[in-house]
Design a binder for this molecule. Structure first.
Ligand code: CAA
Length: 380
């Protein structure tokens, strides 16, 4: 085991940290208030190679490893989880899905644009009646010879209004259950594809979340990903990597809140001394630090498993479960340490607390992660 980051990893982490402080921080409260997508910042992140972190440079990516990806995700998420979820979905659900399972033609046509940041991607699995129970897809794609006819509704789609390329999961043969599900590449502007209104959310308010409607959208046969019936496994395999990204996001939210709480507790005085000198506060900091370090180990282990070519279904689920619970618990504590100031937007911790909640929900709720982990430990 080696717990030391390489020089290259430290450089990458520092570059992301610097970017987050100088570029994401200045407008983060305003974007949260206005629910504003960080349009200009996406271009800057693309210039830094953050939109296709793990993609092979021959497809326009940065060719970095998963450890680099989680380091970048943590640093961005300390400041702006709305920007980081956009990065995460583009990288680990859309780019990875296409690079691992797309045809060469699909990679040339779509992945190159997504990895270089010319296009943004969305991953469309959830539906009004198929969230955790992802096999119950109501969206249908009927085989019409040279194309599929796509009909249905997708919910809570990250980057939903702002994407150019959408990976859409749909039922092609109901009789076959999960084996009758396929994944398709849908382009913005295809006839019959409508983007619904933007969701007004508790947290990650700067991220662009929409309902999508497909009414007789003609999707060319060449836009199906993988063999007929591969769609559910495609979603599951892709989400395993996505969960590493969200775990790193949760880690960043928790560590961002911890760093603010630590600083505040060394400055704020009560009863004649800095509040950090009161055991009630010092013990909170000790618990936060310990849980965050434990989450970091799980996140790194999951990323390392992926880089080593090991199965990472269980390790990514454990990382997401632990890191998201840590983020929720300790952002609440960070607000508590800040007292009245914690309830005020300019101190940032209330936003981190609101942003933390979604990490226990999207890309598989905490309860779904427990299904994945328990099935794995009972099987092994
Ligand atoms: N890799 C490969 N295959 C997998 C797999 C994996 N990780 N997980 C399951 N499968 C396969 C199984 O082996 C099985 O195949 P066989 O029949 O050939 O053996 C098939 O898929 C069905 O698996 P299950 O019987 O386990 O399916 P299930 O109905 O019990 O569901 C589940 C399993 C884990 C609960 C799954 O439905 C799930 O993960 N649900 C959560 C969905 C989710 O994460 N949604 C998030 C939406 S995306 C999002 O949030 C993006 C965003 O914008 C931020």
């Amino acid at each position: 085991m080696n717990f030391t980051l390489s020089e290259e990893h430290i450089m990458i982490r520092n570059a992301a940290r610097e970017f987050a402080k100088t570029e994401l921080l200045p407008g983060v409260i305003e974007r949260d208030n206005k629910q504003e997508f960080p349009e200009e910042l996406v271009k800057k992140m693309a210039n830094l190679g953050f939109m296709g972190i793990m993609v092979d440079p021959k497809y326009g990516g940065s060719g970095m490893d998963t450890i680099s990806y989680v380091l970048i995700m943590e640093e961005l998420s300390k400041i702006d989880a709305s920007a980081s979820v956009m990065v995460s979905v583009n990288n680990s659900l859309v780019c990875y899905g296409l690079e691992a399972y797309g045809t060469e033609e699909q990679k040339q046509k779509y992945l190159t644009k997504l990895a270089s940041g010319q296009s943004i991607g969305a991953f469309c699995l959830s539906e009004p009646e198929a969230g955790s129970d992802a096999t119950s897809q109501k969206t249908t794609a009927i085989d019409k010879g040279d194309h599929y006819l796509l009909n249905g509704t997708k919910n809570w789609i990250t980057n939903g209004g702002r994407s150019d390329i959408y990976l859409v999961i749909a039922q092609t043969d109901k009789e076959k259950g999960h084996k009758g599900i396929n994944a398709f590449i849908v382009e913005k502007g295809m006839e019959g594809f409508h983007i619904g209104p933007k969701e007004d959310k508790l947290g990650i308010r700067g991220s662009d979340t929409h309902t999508l409607q497909f009414n007789d959208v003609k999707v060319p046969k060449g836009n199906r990903i993988g063999e007929d019936g591969f769609g559910f496994k495609f979603a599951m395999k892709t989400l395993s990597g996505g969960r590493i990204g969200i775990a790193a996001q949760a880690l960043g939210i928790a560590s961002g809140a911890y760093e603010l709480a630590l600083k505040y507790s060394k400055e704020r005085k009560a009863f004649g001394t800095e509040i950090a000198n009161h055991q009630a506060i010092a013990f909170k900091l000790a618990d936060m630090y310990t849980d965050i370090e434990a989450s970091r180990m799980l996140v790194m282990k999951a990323a390392w498993d992926k880089d080593q070519g090991n199965n990472y279904d269980k390790s990514s689920a454990m990382a997401k479960l632990h890191a998201s619970d840590t983020a929720m618990k300790h952002t609440v504590e960070a607000v508590q340490i800040h007292g009245g100031n914690g309830f005020v937007k300019e101190y940032h911790v209330e936003r981190l607390m609101r942003d933390a909640k979604i990490t226990q929900i999207y890309e598989g709720t905490s309860e779904i992660q427990k299904i994945v982990i328990s099935r794995s430990v009972l099987r092994d």
